[in-house]
Design a protein around this ligand. Structure first.
Ligand code: ADP
Ligand code: MG
Length: 236
């Protein structure tokens, strides 16, 4: 029942504000949809990692974030969970088009994110697609129009934007810049800037990076609005 679900969603969202970051122990303690909680549980994810804990309240509350934490600290779920929750709360359907865009530097990372999304997001009905080249552009383009969550590499995404004037991200809710430092190290600065210039201004942006270099901060200035800086250090 659609309206019952609507009431349920409103109640869930009202709880975001009351999340006590210092007291999060398990994912199950968070106001997440049962579909996401079930996916997390089935993947064996019980406790959020430090970066997940420190960012989840902010990301659910639609804040822009610059999140820095070393490789292996769990940054992928730190953006996949808020993506799933946002599209769930908006009752996103196939007809709503691209709701979230994840940009990551390499094809391999894109595959890994896609796979993680497929597993954690299993109980949701969203469609996801990879835009990473290797297939012909037209094929990818047709696929992309039907994707709610697009995971892409920078060069290939910009190629789509350039060659397809109808490239449609107008409804996009969340932009994720994953492994931003690596994107920049690989020479994608201009490409990233051009992509960002093409995207709707009204969006949430989550920027994740293993390191905080000057070029990452420059990219953050260009892409984030009133960002919250979250940096997780190793405990000794
Ligand atoms: P990063 O992007 O920060 O380098 P990943 O998101 O790729 O890190 O996660 C690294 C590994 O940690 C992955 O194998 C992932 O499945 C695992 N992982 C992530 N979050 C959790 C969690 N909350 N509990 C257990 N394992 C996790
Ligand atoms: Mg990563």
């Amino acid at each position: 029942n659609k309206s019952e679900e609507h009431v349920f969603i409103e109640k869930l969202q009202e709880k975001y504000d009351t999340i006590d970051v210092n007291n999060i122990n398990r994912f199950a303690d968070l106001p997440l949809s049962s579909k996401t909680l079930k996916g997390l549980k089935e993947c064996g994810y019980v406790k959020p990692t430090e970066i997940q804990k420190e960012t989840i309240k902010l990301s659910l509350m639609e804040k822009d974030i610059l999140g820095a934490a070393k490789t292996g600290s769990g940054k992928t779920l730190a953006f996949l969970i808020p993506i799933l929750e946002r599209l769930y709360c908006k009752q996103w359907t196939k007809l709503d088009g691209v709701g979230a865009l994840v940009i990551t530097p390499t094809r391999e990372l894109a595959y890994q994110i896609f796979e993680a999304l497929r597993r954690v997001g299993e109980h949701h009905d969203f469609s996801a697609g990879l835009i990473i080249g290797g297939k012909d552009l037209k094929f990818e383009r047709n696929r992309m129009d039907q994707c709610n969550i697009v995971i892409c590499t920078p060069g290939r995404l910009l190629q789509h934007m350039d060659e397809n004037p109808l490239f449609d991200c107008v409804n996009m809710q969340i932009l994720v810049l994953d492994e931003a430092d690596r994107c920049l190290d690989m020479g994608f600065e201009q490409t990233m800037n051009a992509i960002i210039a093409n995207l709707p201004l009204k969006r949430q942006t989550l920027l994740f990076s293993a390191t905080q270099t000057k070029s990452v901060r420059d990219l953050a200035r260009l892409s984030l609005k009133d960002p919250h800086y979250v940096s997780v250090h190793e405990h000794s």
